[in-house]
Each structure stands twice: as structure tokens, then as C-alpha cells.
Ligand binder design. Structure first.
Ligand SMILES: [Zn+2]
Length: 414
């Protein structure tokens, strides 16, 4: 079966796709609290109906992962990833429609999770179901990974699946919202940093002659950390091109002068600060949490070395830095066949040029790329409602996504 034939079948059965997505929206798998058992049961029933084999794995009873496979094992593998949890709806009064509506109005599907990311997930479930129903023989296979807790960090989901060896593959598609004209091919690295300062306590009335104030040390050191923002990557060839597109995109989206520098520079944010015990006591401890983001092309080790340099240069004693899971940026080449396939499909389906860009934030995609899987992030999206009120997605985009996903499978493991 070629891609035009499968697309024709998908057009014919489009109502099933929309019913599937609408049903997924109507199941409120809100996280927190994060109980996804009802939606997981719905999805496993969907697999049963289409004779797709699946397993349930996980570290927690109410946070199961679904792994479903279709195709011929032993060849190449395309991995799809979707999270079935959604963020809370907030104040229901602020919604123009019921948050778990799932209704289609004027070509738009309504409800929490439509963009982030139940309709992207529904689109790949449907794409594989159509291949299965048509009995398409693949040279490799498709692994679908449905995870429960992306919205609260992913410790039971994608991260856990990688740590326990459940995901192996050659290409990956994370169906997070990007919009159909835009594919995410890389993202910055993250470096959670904790700065601790220690001192010696004394009566506040004796400061600064007696005692050593830890808060004083920290407030002097923190502005020096802005020096990290000078660190940037140098690029040539393809990466330079994609980086420039990404800078322009950041500027257009954020509508703020200079914001484009977040793409190729280290950024630093002071997230929290705490310390001391009482107004009249010289503080003997203080701590700050910093969010440091590392661009593609910069090693996080070099950033850590610069932090050590800054501390040494400051001459401030009794300060240490620790890091939570530091990692650099990651990306896939725009010449990778998975990117080429999406570009080709979008040209044919929508007659537009695909925008290939890096992301300034990060997501579960990093686990895929770190495991050596060429991975893109690509899914239907109406940005305004994501993690906000009145979340929606365009029905046409759900259909396009499903077609692109089917075409990816056929072109890579067909
Ligand atoms: Zn998401």
C-alpha cells in the first residue's frame, strides 16, 4: 500500500478519527492527581478492536504506560510517543465551553488536551489502526508509547521507560503540539543549579564585625552568575541555518527585542532563594535555585567549569554549587529521512514549506535523542489554549497529522 492509498482510506474513515479524539477529550485524565486508568482502558480497548498487540508496564498502579506494537520485529523501528495526562482546567468559569467537551464547532475541536496532546496521540493511534485494518505488511515495526505523567515530570513515563530498557528504535515522533507548518528538530539542554552559601552565626547587632553572613555571600555572588549569559554556541552549515530560523521565530512569538538570544546563548534565571533564621541573627546558611539553559553547541561541562571560575574569581569563601541532571542541547539533522518525509507530506497536503526550528525549552524528546533515536516533535496545535483556558485544535490539523504519521511509517519501515 502506498501513501496515497492509505490517505484515501483515512479520508473515508475520518469520522472514526474524530470520534476517537473526541472520546479522549471527554475522559478527564487530569494531572495532578494523575490517575489515568480510565483513559488507559479506553486506549487498550481501541488496540484490541484493531488487533494491535500491547503491554502495560510501569512502576505505579495508577500510572501505567502502554506499549503497543505493529509490524515485523527485527527490522527498523519507528517509535511514537504521547502523554495521556492533561493539566488541570483552573477556574471553570473562565472557559467559554465545558472543559471536557470534545465537541466540534466550526471545524475546531474543543476541550482540555485537544492541543496538548490527546489529538496528536489520537492521530497516531488512528494512523497505525488504519495500517493494521488494511493488513499492510511492514519491513520493520512501529512502537507506540503512551505515557501517564508528562505534565508532572515524567518520572513514571518516558524517563522510566528508557531507564528500564523498554524503548529501542531508530526514529521517534513525539506528538507534542508544534503546529502542522512547524517541526521541532532540536532543543536546549537544562541545568538545574543549586548555590549554597554557609557562614557563621552571631547576634545581628554585631554584624558585620562578628559572624559571617551567608545571605550576604549569596546576594553578592548571584549577579556574577549573569556572566554565564555570555556563553554562546558557534555554528556553521545546516545548524547555523536552523539556528537563525529559530532566533527569528522566538522573536516573532515573544515579540520582545533581544529575546532571540535565548536560542544560542546560555540563559540564567534565579528561581528561588532562601536563607537565615531570624532578623536579628547573622544568617549561617542560604540557598538559591537557578534555572540554567544550555544551547545546542555548548557543552554543559564548560558551563559548570565557568561557574567554578566565577566562584573562585569572586573570592567569596564557603560557597558550593550542585546540579540536578545537567545536560546539553540535542537535535536531529534536517536531512534525516524523518524530517524529509514530513517536509514532503506538508508540501503535498497543504502546499506550504515546513519550518524546521529548535525549541528554547525542553521535553521528553531529549530522552529519545540521548538514546540515539532520530526524533522529531510534531503535532497539531492551537497555541493559545495550551495550559490555559479554552484549549482547542483545528480538525483539519488532526487529519493532516494522522496522514503525516502514516506516511512516516510507510516511508521508513514500509
Ligand atoms: Zn504535552
Amino acid at each position: 500500500m502506498n501513501r496515497n492509498e492509505i490517505w484515501a482510506l483515512m479520508d473515508e474513515r475520518q469520522d472514526e478519527l474524530l470520534t476517537l479524539c473526541s472520546d479522549l477529550i471527554k475522559i478527564p485524565s487530569v494531572n495532578p492527581p494523575g490517575d489515568v486508568s480510565v483513559i488507559v482502558r479506553y486506549i487498550t480497548n481501541y488496540f484490541k478492536a484493531h488487533k494491535i498487540a500491547y503491554d502495560i508496564v510501569g512502576a505505579s498502579e495508577d500510572r501505567p504506560n502502554i506499549l503497543a506494537r505493529y509490524g515485523t520485529p527485527g527490522g527498523k523501528t519507528v517509535v511514537f510517543n504521547g502523554h495521556c495526562d492533561v493539566v488541570p482546567v483552573g477556574d471553570e468559569e473562565k472557559w467559554a465551553f465545558p472543559p471536557f467537551s470534545g465537541e466540534i464547532r466550526d471545524g475546531v475541536m474543543l476541550g482540555r488536551g485537544t492541543s496538548d496532546m490527546k489529538c496528536g496521540m489520537g492521530a497516531f493511534l488512528f494512523a497505525v489502526a488504519m495500517l493494521a485494518d488494511a493488513g499492510v505488511k511492514l519491513s520493520g515495526d512501529v512502537l507506540m508509547t503512551i505515557v501517564p505523567d508528562e505534565e508532572t515530570g515524567g518520572a513514571y513515563g518516558t524517563q522510566w521507560l528508557f531507564e528500564n530498557g523498554y524503548i529501542k528504535g531508530d526514529w521517534g515522533i513525539v506528538a507534542e503540539p508544534t503546529g502542522m507548518d512547524n517541526i521541532e528538530v532540536g532543543q536546549k539542554g537544562t541545568m538545574g543549579m543549586n548555590l549554597y552559601a554557609t557562614g557563621t552565626t552571631a547576634h545581628g547587632s554585631l554584624s558585620p564585625y562578628v559572624g559571617e553572613n551567608a545571605i550576604d555571600k549569596l546576594v553578592r555572588l548571584l549577579p556574577m552568575m549573569y556572566e554565564l549569559r555570555e556563553i554562546h554556541g558557534s555554528y556553521d552549515g545546516e545548524i547555523a541555518q536552523v539556528m537563525e530560523i529559530s532566533r527569528q521565530k522566538a522573536k516573532a512569538v515573544q515579540k520582545t527585542e533581544g529575546v532571540e538570544n535565548i536560542m544560542d546563548h546560555v540563559t540564567v534565571n534565579f528561581g528561588t532563594i532562601q536563607g537565615g533564621v531570624k532578623r536579628n541573627v547573622v544568617a549561617d546558611s542560604a540557598m538559591a535555585e537557578l534555572d540554567v539553559r544550555v544551547p545546542i553547541g555548548v557543552n554543559h561541562e564548560d558551563v559548570i567549569a565557568r561557574v567554578d571560575e566565577i566562584i573562585a574569581k569572586s573570592g567569596i569563601q564557603g560557597v558550593t554549587a550542585t546540579y540536578d541532571n545537567p545536560r546539553g542541547g540535542n537535535f536531529v539533522s534536517v536531512k534525516d529521512p524523518i524530517v524529509e518525509t514530513v517536509r514532503d507530506c506538508i508540501k503535498e497536503l497543504l502546499d506550504i514549506e515546513l519550518i524546521t526550528a529548535y525549541q528554547w525549552a525542553s521535553s521528553d524528546t531529549r530522552y529519545f535523542r540521548e538514546a540515539g533515536i532520530s526524533t522529531i516533535q510534531y503535532g497539531p496545535s492551537n497555541t493559545e489554549g495550551i495550559h490555559n483556558y479554552n484549549e482547542t485544535v483545528d480538525v483539519a490539523d488532526i487529519v493532516t497529522a494522522a496522514k503525516v504519521y502514516a506516511a512516516i511509517i510507510l516511508s521508513l519501515v514500509g
